[in-house]
Design a protein. Structure first.
Length: 399
């Protein structure tokens, strides 16, 4: 288990914001006796968060949010510390569901989720947090359809300002391309990269693909985001038009079947297909399988080649699972430092002020966002200005 311990220590060394939050929580122990269940990617960064919650007094159990993101040496290290861990690298979907059910059965007071499944299964007493756009979409639908039956708050960590600024744009932006390059060893320079979805994460992927020398095409359904992409200098067009142009396709939408049979029929031979969304539904795997003449061929450990009847070959990376975690190590620890500091402070707020948030998906309190940003600036040695009394008065009164 030495490898897991070393991996966790390396991540912790790059997470000073969470370390600062954890030190205060360790002194105050506001989570004493609180049962916390987390459905997150089983990575070294998650282990640092788990230790912070344990230090604050919580009882913590964790399961994997994605079977290809689980780092088994990290899981072994947590298990050796008598922490309940469910999920191993490469588990099938039934094993994932079993892990979620087992954690839901512990009747947690607070849930940290990455996809919404555990929150809906456990219905925690004090509420929870959600890390992904996909999970928030599912939760909002569920709360809307429940007619009040779901009566707990969910803090939308994914929509916090600090999360959007660092996790989506810089975390996904770097790690998605990292996963594609690790899996395929492709040279990005000179390639045509098609990015489907121009939210915060898509923006980050586009920036880094262009920085690596690729020509970038953006496909969007939101007119404002499409306009933003065009004004940023990218080509913007419908996905079916881009299908004939692209060399590498990256889905970052949180939606279903963004690439399907009509797109596959238009693509050049040899293209790479990768998904950077949370669930493996953005690339239509059923349509891809149906278009192929037989089972895919594993041409590299994380690349499956689908041979089509007309002789073309389409290459799928990491079985369409979230590429930055399935083919690489996810966001850098310096990015997860911000995400997990938000998570820890959100859990503290749920426990300390249980009547504050009501029910449903609610924003992360602005003071938590500001505190995390302040701590991150301090960690990187940056000082900023403060308003004078006169300026504060002017903002309030316009006098």
């Amino acid at each position: 288990m030495r490898a897991g311990a070393d991996r966790i220590a390396w991540a912790a060394s790059q997470m000073p914001v969470l370390a600062s939050v954890a030190a205060r929580l360790r002194d105050e122990r506001p989570l004493a006796g609180v049962r916390v269940a987390a459905c997150l990617h089983l990575t070294a960064e998650t282990a640092v968060l788990v230790r912070a919650l344990l230090g604050a007094g919580a009882e913590v159990a964790v399961c994997s949010a994605n079977p290809l993101s689980a780092q088994d040496d990290v899981s072994d290290e947590l298990t050796s510390a008598q922490i309940t861990v469910r999920g191993r690298h490469g588990d099938d979907f039934s094993a994932y569901e079993r892990g979620v059910r087992e954690l839901a059965g512990t009747a947690p007071d607070v849930v940290l989720d990455d996809g919404g499944d555990l929150l809906l299964g456990a219905r925690p007493r004090l509420g929870g947090t959600e890390e992904t756009t996909t999970g928030l979409l599912a939760l909002r639908r569920a709360f809307s359809a429940s007619d009040g039956a779901l009566a707990f708050p969910v803090l939308a960590v994914n929509e916090a300002r600090t999360e959007r600024a660092l996790n989506d744009r810089h975390g996904t932006g770097q790690s998605a391309l990292d996963g594609i390059v690790r899996a395929s060893n492709v040279l990005l320079a000179g390639q045509c990269v098609v990015i489907l979805g121009y939210g915060s994460a898509g923006m980050g992927v586009a920036e880094r693909a262009r920085g690596a020398g690729a020509a970038v095409i953006v496909c969007e359904v939101d007119p404002l985001r499409a306009l933003e992409a065009r004004m940023a200098g990218y080509e913007v067009m419908p996905a079916l038009a881009a299908a004939a142009r692209g060399d590498i396709f990256i889905t970052v939408t949180g939606s279903r079947r963004v690439l399907s049979a009509p797109h596959f029929a238009a693509m050049k031979s040899g293209v790479l297909l990768a998904n950077a969304g949370h669930f493996d539904v953005e690339i239509d795997l059923d349509a891809l399988t149906s278009a192929a003449t037989g089972p895919p061929t594993s041409v590299r450990p994380l690349v499956d080649a689908y041979a089509l009847a007309d002789g073309r070959v389409l290459n799928l990376i990491a079985r369409g699972r979230v590429v930055n975690l399935a083919a690489a190590e996810g966001h850098p620890a310096a990015v997860m430092d911000v995400s997990f500091a938000l998570q820890a402070l959100a859990v503290e707020a749920l426990v300390r002020t249980p009547d504050r948030f009501g029910s449903g998906v609610v924003p992360v309190p602005a003071e938590i966002d500001a505190e995390v940003a302040r701590l991150k600036l301090a960690a990187v040695g940056v000082a900023i200005d403060t308003l004078t009394v006169e300026q504060e008065h002017y903002r309030r009164s316009w006098a």
